[in-house]
Design a protein around this ligand. Sequence first.
Ligand code: BG6
Length: 467
Amino acid sequence: MVKQFKNDFLWGASSSAFQIEGAWNEDGKGLTVADYNSFKKSAVQADTKVASDFYHHFKEDIALMKELGLKRFSLSWARIIPTGDGEINQAGIDFYNAVIDTLLENDILPFVTLYHFDLPFALVEKYNGWADRRCVSAFQRYAQVCYQAFGDRVKNWQVTNEQNLMIRVDERMNMYDVVPENTEKIRAQMDYHMFVAHALATNDCHQLVAGGKVGPSVSSTMTYPSSNKPEDVWAARMNDNFKTNYALEMYCFGEYPGYYQEYLTKCGIYPETQPEDQAILKAAKPDFIALNYYRTLVASYLPTDEQHPLGTKEKDIDFDLYGYFKIEKNQHLKTSKYGAQIDPTGLRLVLNDYYHQYRLPLIITENGLGTPDRLTEDGKVHDDYRIAYLYDHIAACHAAISDGVELFGYCPWSVMDILSSHQGFKKRYGFIYVNREDHELKDLRRIKKDSFYWYQSVIKNNGLPEE
Ligand code: BG6
């Protein structure tokens, strides 16, 4: 007996431009926020200069993807308009045309992300990035250029990767020297601008790409209450709401939910809006929701006090919010070497939640285990821990489908070893090992890990063997 998936289920594996491409300044590409931030850490870990060198290896890499059996592959874009809103870089269009054509020749469906943390740095210098409405127009134009250049062959689009997580990290939002009192106001304005840009790009995709499908990709959040006290249950719900659901509501229904409007108003950080926005936001109807899933969280109620009025934040990615919630550790889960609490049941829960709340088809665009893999003397990588992790999470997908969830694809992170933001090439996620270290490029050879062969058989059999 196997855990069988439907014949048209999309098995894939994901990546993003700045984490694999390298060639950071070749053929006219401009500097991005992701480059800028990675160069600040060049002395301690690998940066975006070479990354996995996909730019120079893409034919070989796509041949490996075909061998693996992928039906879907995702890319994102930073080379098309080097200054963000200036001239179009034909060499960038040519590169992505070559990638897309090679994918299609290999029967791999391109599933393209427009923006994965890599805003052109020129937009930061000119406008302070998303803080300024002009960044919205720049993004709309960039999306239109992509739809026009590639929409004849690319039918599946994700507008942004993890806006809801990116917005929490000052560095990713290029908030470098902001006066602390203004931080949350600027953040709320940037977030809102990205939502308007997202809606414009959704509407344009439907206009410009015949048969085009488009949706957001979110960093999913699944939070357990730390106890069965009603205020802790409410805190857990609010943690999900503030980290992810407010964004899904905006993408799907074109407005912030009541609890979020109340928070923005009470904290005095409600963003400036334009009269035309409502129609734009309301018209944008995603065709699917893409979600990235790595772990679950636990929350307890966090009351305000004299030093911490409502809305005071502590930490960034997994922030605590006074008046709402505080993040706790789950004593029942094992943790990966890098701190993620591993929880396949959480994936089943979050798939059920999102499907039953939004009734849109779902696809998983990231899920995986980051580990320091070891290349053995005989040139192999025995990553049985990754196989076990993926087995349990694919089984959770199977269970969610049996629960009634419309899940149409699973794309683990990542197809090959990528540049991890905090641990460079020490932390590896791929099915394909890239032979380099943080500060030693070696030969960049591609080596199939044990998980490559295992995932290949999952795809071939369209399901999991019983354990
Ligand atoms: C996701 C991002 O949030 O997490 C990826 O979309 C990232 O770009 C992944 O690589 C894993 O995080 P990290 O810090 O291990 O690279």
